[in-house]
Design a binder for this molecule. Structure first.
Ligand code: NAD
Length: 338
């Protein structure tokens, strides 16, 4: 907390529509009297020792405040540019990616009762970046699974399930084929489950999980799914599709010390600066952040107003079929909090 009695939170507004949707979050938080003061930082890469990296002030800010809200960052195309998102994830060791997908009343999709929570291992697996050419025409890519990273994300998943009152954890895997790597992940899941006697545990094959979720998502409404990196990347987008796409889905990147909350979508350069962006995904990410900070009352109040505004359907943005500008939608959310 700062000297004003408010929690200081790092704000990375990001590129493209980032500043517009961040403004909506700031306006709504002010109207809801959320006890947070923002510390805005820039992540424009600097070249240090020939490598592009994020500014030290940004790293220091997140380390000092422990919590950050982040808008989308455009990844420059071309050689020598690393993804800033990946850099942030590595810098702060953000080992778990939490992705809830809940149906939004007012936005019609084939199912109106989706409520999935997926936790993805965020640091290794197929995304370890270990690839090489064996001989011309033969490439090898290594999937790295370690006890340390697996146990860390699994323990987090069980703790999360217990804390949010959703006491069923399901590990999603392909241990039938990847006998050693996914086998290790699965056996650690079984071990960790013993430390959480109040949380039910089971496991499901990835292909079966995909088939079942798209056929009927309801049986997943009481579970927390946890899985290795690549599976989580794909399955979380599939779940996002069930509720209407990336424009509505929030996420949290959780680390040992710091956590960064962000919308799943990118910087939307095609609509940037026009006041057309839908701030809902960043807003829902900011609500996950408030819950993470135990500010449940403020989280509930803002979330209820967002859902009400969307359900009414009068003041919604173009991507949802409406005509409202970003700030008009934010204003409607503020009205609905009164
Ligand atoms: P995108 O998500 O930015 O856009 C895809 C489509 O969805 C576009 O038509 C866009 O207008 C629309 N859209 C996205 N968010 C919206 C919102 N809030 N409201 C209304 N419409 C919205 O994906 P892209 O075009 O592939 O990527 C653009 C840039 O964003 C790239 O530089 C990419 O690297 C970056 N990116 C960043 C992140 C991140 O920071 N986490 C994630 C994905 C992509």
């Amino acid at each position: 907390k700062g000297s004003d009695g408010k929690f200081r939170v790092t704000l990375i507004e990001g590129d493209g529509i980032g500043p517009e949707i961040s403004q909506s979050v700031k306006d709504i938080f002010t109207a809801a009297s959320v006890p947070i003061s923002w510390e805005s930082v820039d992540v424009t890469p600097r070249i240090i020792d020939g490598k592009s990296s994020i500014p030290q002030e940004t790293i220091d800010s997140v380390k000092r405040n422990y919590v950050a809200l982040k808008g989308p960052l455009a990844t420059p195309i071309g050689k020598g540019h690393v993804s800033l998102n990946l850099t942030l994830r590595r810098t702060f060791n953000l080992f778990a990616n939490v992705r809830p997908c809940k149906s939004i009343q007012g936005y019609k999709t084939p199912y109106d009762n989706v409520d999935t929570v997926l936790i993805r291992e965020n640091t290794e697996g197929e995304y370890s970046g270990i690839e090489h050419v064996v001989v011309d025409g033969v490439v090898q890519s290594i999937k790295l699974i370690t006890r340390e990273a697996s146990e860390r994300v699994l323990r987090f998943a069980f703790q999360y399930a217990q804390d949010v009152g959703r006491p069923k954890v399901r590990a999603v895997h392909k241990a039938t084929i990847m006998k050693m790597s996914d086998g290790l992940f699965l056996s650690i899941a079984r071990e960790v489950s013993k430390d959480f006697p109040n949380v039910e545990f089971d496991a499901e094959l990835l292909d079966n999980a995909c088939l079942k979720i798209v056929s009927d998502p309801t049986p997943y409404n009481d579970k927390v799914l946890v899985m290795p990196n690549l599976y989580g990347d794909i399955l979380s987008d599939m779940c996002a599709g069930l509720i209407g796409g990336l424009g509505l889905t929030p996420s949290g990147n959780i680390g040992d010390e710091c956590s960064i909350f962000e919308a799943v979508h990118g910087s939307a350069p095609d609509i940037a600066g026009k006041g057309l962006a839908n701030p809902t995904a960043l807003l829902l990410s900011s609500i996950m952040m408030l819950q993470h900070m135990n500010l449940y009352e403020h989280a509930d109040k803002i979330q209820a107003a967002i859902f009400k505004t969307l359900a009414e359907g009068k003041t919604i943005t173009g991507d949802l079929g409406g005509k409202a500008k970003t700030h008009e939608y934010a204003q409607a959310v503020i009205e609905n909090m009164k």
